[in-house]
Structure formats: structure tokens, C-alpha cells
Write a protein that binds this ligand. Structure first.
Ligand SMILES: [Zn+2]
Length: 270
């Protein structure tokens, strides 16, 4: 079956941006692997850094089990500090994953999308885009080839973003896919508490109240997350006549797709 590699910054990034699509691919039997760059250690208002560090793989593995992933890895860089990591080092680590797993599809952040406020997302986007673009060049990170890996041309990259641009691949995530996306997000308990608490604090800074949100205990986030995820997927779905959808800016076969002979691209099962 095809192999999929997801390159993200934090636990819950994949689930928020592509969880329904990943659930669908896993259900079809695709081998999906996740590499997260950071340890999530700043994603809390109530826990210590050490407590967060202890949770990073536990929560990610629980979510991976819900979705059906093959593997989860964490590069363990400090959360919120990826700008201190040289681009070429992170790019090399992502490229090592690409050359080792030889994915048919890579999912990651879009470096060209606007309004991305998180430096970890920006850092991952540039490193991942370059890693997928240059993994086929043998003189990049030759030590990886000396260690037994081979260059690899990534056939397809699907980019996601908070404010996506030029989306050209929509995925119907109705039914089981959105249910699993939401269930996987619940596995990131620490991050869901944070998500609700963060919205509550933002409302607290406003000249109005939204009592149905601010009156909630942040630990009682399930209905809030469910509604937020469904609303987002509904807005995307409406554009394409679907109940729930996720969408991506996709590049295939190094941009040669536009030169493909008519009828030569097989239909997709996802
Ligand atoms: Zn993130």
C-alpha cells in the first residue's frame, strides 16, 4: 500500500489540519507515519514543562491509535523555539525521514500561506518543503547515503495551513472520517484544555462575553471542540458541495502534472 509521511510541529497539528483525511487514508490501508518537530512543552496554562514533556508521546500515540497510524516520532525540540534551530538541520532530519520511509505522499504546512503566527509552523513549513524537494539530490546530506539510505523523489505533497491558498485537492471527510478526527483530537487532552482556555482568555480581553464558552470548565472541552471542528469542516465542505471536507494545496510529480498525456493519471481512492 502507499506510504504517507506527515511532518508537523506539534501534537494535534496533523489532527486539526488533516485528521479526517489521515483517518480515511489509514482506513484504506495506507501506511501513515508522523514526525513532530517539537515536544509541545509550552502548550499549557496549568502544567509544568516537565509534565508536558512526559505527555508528548503518550497523547500522540493514543491519537495515532485512533487514526490507525504506523508510527509516531518526536524530534523533541523545545516548543515555540524552532526559529533557533538552523533550517538546514531540521531540513536534514526531515529528509532523513523521507529517504528512510520513501513516502508516496507527504502532508505538511504550506510555507507560502499567509497569516501564520506560530514560528514552529513557519520553521516546519520551510524545512519540510525543502526536504521533500531535494531528497532526490544525492549531494544533500551525503552522510545519509553513506549510512545506507538512497535518494527519493516524493511524488506528491499536500500542504495545509491556517489560511490556505490555491487549494486544489478537496477530501470528503464525512461519516467515520470526521468522527475519528474529533476522537483523535480528544486524545490530546492537554492541548484541548489549552485550546478552550486560550479562546476563553481571548474573549476575556474583549468588551463582550460569550457565556456559552466562558462558563465552561476548560477540562470539559468536548462539545466545544466537536462544534469547532465541525464548523470548520462545514465551511470548507460548502465550497465543494460536501457536508464536511478538508482541503490542501497539492503539487504532484514535481510540477510535471500539467504535461501529463490525457487520461494517464489514475483515479484516486481517497
Ligand atoms: Zn501547532
Amino acid at each position: 500500500m502507499p506510504t504517507v509521511l506527515v511532518l508537523t510541529a506539534h501534537g494535534d497539528d496533523m489532527e486539526f489540519f488533516a485528521g479526517g483525511t489521515i483517518a480515511k487514508l489509514c482506513a484504506l490501508g495506507y501506511d501513515v507515519h508522523l514526525v513532530m518537530a517539537t515536544d509541545n512543552s509550552k502548550g499549557t496554562f496549568e502544567l509544568t514543562k516537565e509534565q508536558m514533556f512526559g505527555l508528548r508521546l503518550k497523547e500522540a500515540r493514543a491519537a495515532a491509535e485512533v487514526l490507525g497510524l504506523r508510527s509516531v516520532a518526536c524530534l523533541d525540540y523545545p516548543d515555540g523555539e524552532l526559529s533557533d534551530v538552523p533550517l538546514n538541520r531540521l531540513r536534514g532530519q526531515f529528509m532523513e525521514s523521507v529517504r528512510r520511509l520513501r513516502p508516496d505522499i507527504v502532508f505538511t504546512f504550506d510555507p507560502w500561506a499567509p497569516y501564520e503566527g506560530h514560528q514552529d509552523h513557519r520553521a516546519v513549513s520551510w524545512a519540510a518543503m525543502e526536504a521533500t524537494s531535494f531528497a532526490s539530490f544525492p549531494l544533500y546530506y551525503p552522510e545519509q547515503l553513506a549510512a545506507g539510505l538512497a535518494p527519493w523523489t516524493v511524488p506528491q505533497v499536500c500542504y495545509f495551513a491556517k489560511s490556505p491558498i490555491d487549494t486544489n485537492r478537496v477530501v470528503d471527510i464525512g461519516g467515520e472520517a470526521i468522527r475519528k478526527k474529533i476522537e483523535a483530537l480528544y486524545c490530546y487532552d492537554s492541548q484541548m484544555v489549552l485550546t478552550l482556555a486560550d479562546v476563553q482568555m481571548a474573549i476575556g480581553s474583549a468588551p463582550y462575553d460569550i457565556p456559552e464558552i466562558t462558563s465552561l470548565d476548560p477540562h470539559d472541552y468536548r462539545a466545544f471542540i466537536d462544534q469547532r471542528v465541525r464548523t470548520t469542516a462545514t465551511i470548507v465542505g460548502k465550497k465543494y458541495g460536501l457536508e464536511y471536507a478538508e482541503h490542501f494545496r497539492r503539487t504532484r510529480w514535481g510540477g510535471t502534472e500539467r504535461m501529463a498525456p490525457a487520461g494517464s493519471i489514475p483515479a484516486e481512492d481517497w
